[in-house]
Ligand binder design. Sequence first.
Ligand code: A2P
Length: 282
Amino acid sequence: MTEQSPVTQEKSAKVPTLPDAQTVTEVKHYTDRLFSFRCTRPASLRFRSGEFVMIGLMGDADPKTGKQKPLLRAYSIASPAWDEEMEFYSIKVPDGPLTSRLQHIKPGDEIILRPKPVGTLVHDALIPGKRIWFFATGTGFAPFASLLREPQTYEDYDEIIITHTCRELGELTYGRDLIESIRNDEMLAELMGEGFADKIRYYPTTTREESPKMGRITDLIRSGELFEDLGIEPLNPDTDRAMICGNLAFNLELKELFEEAGLEEGANSKPAQYVVEKAFLD
Ligand code: A2P
């Protein structure tokens, strides 16, 4: 019986049909524009929390040659480096070449995942500080979902402030649920000490639907309201570090505000006070 069972299992195991295939294990839909999914992790894949990889599906066959090419996009890894699975958070663009199809994946389906992680939203690109800010819009929350579950974030900083700006309330659900789950995570508490999650300050805002806090984070910084609400001093290059992930205009506006405050942009090769990455849209 025991000798037989591995053979049977191997026979029934699905043979991957895609290059760099990984199997989807879970899919959650939040709104008609947003969903997240988890998939198996390539055994050899090592990455730093906050990095991204190329993922996708096989494209339609070329009408002339009949050949299919992979359709890939850069996606921030939303799961932390220690997780045995991979997690991604995605927008659904109705006529987007990839996401119009990717939004229909189900557990058991295969996706393509190129195991070459890269990115600048990593602790290595920042010099030591006391407080770290994560600024996100929309699906730009994804790398922070990884970094908020990364023990180093809590080892390196006394305070972690995550701001998330979305158009509507329903678009905050993924982030809000994730932070709630971190606060109740016994494994993380055991690893990092009871009360580690008290370091997190969550600051969600909406711009097009009524909510307790409304407005673009850039406006709330300029007016000083953000700092007043949190009861802290404005950005200080000696103590504050920041990571930004959102749409291009948002990234540029924040960069300007940080430079005005005296913070310098960092990179893997030259760590400094803040780093930026575009949230990739299809
Ligand atoms: P707004 O509704 O005022 O455009 P999107 O879904 O278009 O990517 O936007 C996500 C969130 O980011 C929205 O709440 C949007 O606000 C906000 N946003 C877009 N551009 C900027 C910007 N340049 N600065 C700050 N927030 C922005």
